[in-house]
Design a protein around this ligand. Structure first.
Ligand SMILES: Cc1cc2nc3c(=O)[nH]c(=O)nc-3n(C[C@H](O)[C@H](O)[C@H](O)COP(=O)(O)O)c2cc1C
Length: 208
């Protein structure tokens, strides 16, 4: 076989492999065990200094399930105004940006590479192992008066964030919820529709 043909085939295969999105199938979340609710409440706190340690897929799965997973066939670990369930969770890891498919527990890769700094304006954001961006689709909130949608989305997001705080306390991880984000940049980066709104962002990672 011609050397040039082999070389070109190799390059094409390499390009194809590196351009294919690398989704992550997370393990099933651990739904029992963990620390007591009193321990988690006693240890809940915001962390703004993070170690370089990565999170395991199991830790990511546990955190996302606590945040917004299903605990019944069609309802979740958090309440939701008028049961609109308007949130999508976007996950920023050192390996890329992902949309969490809450039904299959898969992280669907949207972009490769480390874009953690896009998830907030403060220095610690890019150092935290994971940043979650909470996006509400107001199209799913049509049963709520248009003037109240934003208030309800922020209220719903508070429950999500608090679950992450408690799960992090249980796993001895740090986290902090954040309103200080560049919403325009996130909207562009995540290619959001006009009905989708960035509400808050939350950093999670090992504590220093
Ligand atoms: C709605 C909301 C928005 C917040 N926004 C930010 C933020 O943009 N940046 C930040 O570093 N911390 C943010 N925080 C975290 C607060 O700074 C933190 O909760 C507060 O200092 C109390 O500390 P504690 O959570 O350890 O009790 C926010 C907290 C809430 C509830």
């Amino acid at each position: 076989m011609d050397k040039r043909f082999i070389y070109n085939t190799f390059i094409l295969c390499f390009l194809a492999m590196t351009s294919i999105a690398q989704n992550i199938q997370l393990p099933a979340p651990q739904k029992d065990g963990g620390k007591s609710i009193s321990y988690c409440l006693q240890n809940r706190k915001s962390t703004k200094e993070y170690s370089a340690k990565k999170l395991s897929d199991q830790q990511i799965s546990n955190i996302l399930w606590a945040a917004y997973g299903f605990n019944r066939a069609d309802k979740r670990t958090v309440p939701s105004a008028m049961n609109c369930q308007e949130f999508t969770l976007y996950v920023f890891l050192p390996t890329g940006i992902y949309r969490w498919n809450d039904k299959t527990n898969e992280l669907v890769q949207l972009a490769k590479g480390d874009h953690r700094n896009v998830a907030g304006k403060q220095d610690y954001v890019a150092l935290a192992a994971m940043n979650i961006v909470y996006v509400a689709d107001y199209l799913k909130m049509e049963s709520i008066d248009a003037n109240s949608r934003s208030n309800m989305a922020y209220a719903d997001c508070g429950f999500i964030a608090q679950n992450v705080y408690l799960q992090c306390a249980s796993e001895n991880l740090g986290c902090v919820i954040r309103g200080y984000v560049d919403k325009d940049l996130l909207t562009k980066t995540l290619n959001l529709k006009s009905t989708e709104h960035v509400i808050l962002s939350q950093s999670v990672g090992g504590m220093k």
